[in-house]
Ligand binder design. Structure first.
Ligand code: 5GP
Length: 183
């Protein structure tokens, strides 16, 4: 898989990856973001095929067996995976391809495609991350506790990333990410 550029964007839930990715899509003309598959239940407002492809565990396992994912991982007790066919297509078209995935998935992608650039979006602090997760009110308290536990492990793994962007100021972090994608 050559041509195009492939970027994995990771970071703890609540670090602001989604907002940053949405912003750069409007600023980098050939940027395209992959839609992942997941066995997690949709949150209010999430649309199948837009935010995720929502699958049963059986559908997910079948897709693994058919080599349909470039990577997959278990995150916060659900399965998540990146469908490989659209990635092939957009990389071949020369697009700037973004995968918003967790650290396990990012390392799998880099093992398969060593030219992949790994970008970690870090929260300003653990306190700020906790405040954001509780403030957005989309998850149950025990789910938030699990996400906070995982966050520290993800931050530790960010030492093996090519870039770490601290999302303390949305405009500055956006500009930094745009410059990484265009470098
Ligand atoms: P959420 O459930 O909040 O949408 O996502 C939870 C975590 O799963 C986030 O860290 C997100 O980056 C990660 N994730 C989303 N899609 C994928 C994927 O396709 N593969 C992997 N490995 N992680 C994913």
């Amino acid at each position: 898989m050559s041509q195009g550029r492939l970027f994995c964007i990771s970071g703890p839930s609540g670090a602001g990856k989604g907002t940053l990715v949405e912003r750069v899509l409007g600023l980098v003309p050939d940027a395209w973001v992959s839609v992942s598959a997941t066995t997690r239940k949709p949150r209010v407002g999430e649309v199948d095929g837009v935010h995720y492809f929502f699958m049963t565990e059986q559908e997910f396992t079948e897709t693994i067996d058919e080599d349909g994912f470039i990577e997959w991982a278990r995150v916060h007790s659900n399965f998540y995976g990146t469908p490989i066919a659209p990635i092939r297509e957009h990389v071949a078209a020369g697009d700037c391809v973004l995968l918003e995935i967790d650290v396990q998935g990012a390392f799998q992608v880099r093992d398969k495609i060593p030219e992949t650039t790994l970008v970690f979006i870090a929260p300003p602090s653990m306190e700020e991350l906790e405040a954001r997760l509780r403030g957005r009110g989309t998850d149950a308290p025990e789910v938030i506790d699990q996400r906070l536990q995982n966050a520290q492990a993800e931050i530790d793994a960010s030492h093996d990333y090519d870039y770490v962007i601290v999302n303390d100021d949305l405009d500055r972090a956006t500009a930094e990410l745009v410059s990484v994608l265009q470098s």
